[in-house]
Write a protein that binds this ligand. Sequence first.
Ligand SMILES: C=CC1=C(C)c2cc3[nH]c(cc4nc(cc5[nH]c(cc1n2)c(C)c5CCC(=O)O)C(CCC(=O)O)=C4C)c(C)c3C=C
Ligand SMILES: [Fe+2]
Ligand SMILES: [Fe+2]
Length: 343
Amino acid sequence: MKGVLLVNLGSPDSPTAKDVKPYLDEFLMDERVIDVPNWLRNIIVRGIILQTRPKKSAEAYQKIWWEEGSPLVVISERFTEKVQKQTKIPVALGMRYGSMTIKKALQELIDKGVDEVLLVPLYPQYAMSSYETVVVKTMQVQAAHFPNIKLTTLPAFYKNDEYIKVLSESIAEGLKDFDYDHILFSYHGIPERHIRKSDPTKFHCKIDGKCCQTNSVAHTTCYRHQCFDTTEKVKAYLGLPDDKISISFQSRLPNDPWLKPFTDFEFERFGKEGKKGLAVITPAFVADCLETLEEIAMEGKEQFQQAGGGDYKHIPCLNDRDDWVAVVAKWIEDWHDNESLPA
Ligand SMILES: C=CC1=C(C)c2cc3[nH]c(cc4nc(cc5[nH]c(cc1n2)c(C)c5CCC(=O)O)C(CCC(=O)O)=C4C)c(C)c3C=C
Ligand SMILES: [Fe+2]
Ligand SMILES: [Fe+2]
């Protein structure tokens, strides 16, 4: 019998430094996130970052935490329930980090008699620190604990027509009552090195003005290209004017070159330029989370307005929108009925 495993990033169990610390430890000790030799990762993560970050991070989580729990987890659970209502195929939710493990979710499917699993990493774009680590971890768990199940993975859906349609329509709804003079597409940042590491040709991705717009097989795993492509496709779908759209990359750790321009610098620039209405969308995330609710909706607004900017709006992620649920349910049914995967 076929079943579906949805996987997102995961959150700490509570917004306290005590619970944030082991969560961050698992997250940042992932070799696809902090991709340096083990001994050095130990020093960077355990010797430096985890000495101060859990407290700071917990304070940020406290600002966005809901009564039911972490927004990322609660939204992902609502989404999973809604998808399950649209299909008879068993659907389970797991998280890459934290207590809602991939192993538990796979066990849930196996207990229902599933022996063929469609893995759906809940990331539109491919990055080794998001999509790839979910796939690798799931394959490891499968090999170690469930060797008899067959695993198929849904490709990154950053340019899929149905995804672009629902994303665009959610943005159009968000813009309906908002007078904007600029729309910022803010994607999660990654170190530039990750782009080069993920380039199978080893020469295409130069992170210059042209590589991401020049056709290449490298784009199958190029996060930067995929962020540009999602943006271009939404722009075309909605007929948005070129001069009112731009891209930036949010969140970074120090001491490494990360993808630019940085979102927080852009907020300041737009504020200083006196933009009267800034709309921000965050299409690297399908569910609102710390990065969108705190960094963009709260901090971003403050940075923009303190620099002199006017009205500000963060347009929510797709979350558990019915049209998004219907798209994922259709992808699942297509795979179930004829093994086809969305292009
Ligand atoms: C597009 C998805 C994501 C990529 C790519 C990604 C890369 C990445 N992230 C960090 C470090 C942190 N990220 C944190 C939070 C966080 N990151 C994502 C998604 C991607 N990260 C999400 C959805 C969240 C929010 C989780 C939630 O519970 O709501 C955090 C924790 C918070 C903090 O202390 O700032 C860290 C740390 C790195 C280093 C990285 C690529 C190398
Ligand atoms: Fe992150
Ligand atoms: Fe590129």
